[in-house]
Design a protein around this ligand. Structure first.
Ligand code: 5GP
Ligand code: ZN
Length: 114
């Protein structure tokens, strides 16, 4: 399978790691949209949020969120604030078909998002 996030997970493609606990890892986004832009990615290949197994993957999604908060603390964003974003499929703006949670911070976020 030609998946860039699986390649990073397997160490076959380079990435700037912030954290790796085995099930979930965090890397700096290659094309940052904010001063701090980190992706929280599960080791397991799941193409999109709509491909999650409601029962088996529930813990994994919870772990992704708690990892994002842990990373936010690590990069000193917990007091300033930050944004977590999930893009799902075409109209959601998803470009890499392996689920990931964006952690964005270091500037004032706007609403509504584009
Ligand atoms: P999406 O658009 O699917 O929500 O987010 C995919 C993200 O992955 C984008 O922000 C994009 O910049 C990032 N990305 C794509 N390829 C790579 C890569 O090879 N390495 C890293 N670190 N990020 C990547
Ligand atoms: Zn993958």
């Amino acid at each position: 399978m030609d998946c860039i996030f699986c390649k990073i997970a397997e160490g076959k493609s380079p990435a700037n790691f912030v954290l790796n606990d085995g099930d979930v890892f965090a890397v700096r986004d290659a094309h940052p949209m904010a001063p701090i832009h980190i992706l929280i990615i599960p080791q397991k290949h799941i193409a999109s949020l709509t491909d999650l197994d409601g029962t088996d993957d529930r813990g994994l999604v919870g772990k992704m969120v708690s990892t994002a908060v842990e990373v936010a603390k690590k990069v000193s964003l917990s007091d300033r604030g930050f944004r977590l974003v999930w893009n799902c499929r075409e109209e959601g703006g998803q470009t890499v078909d392996h689920i990931h949670l964006h952690l964005l911070g270091g500037r004032q976020m706007k609403w509504p998002p584009g």
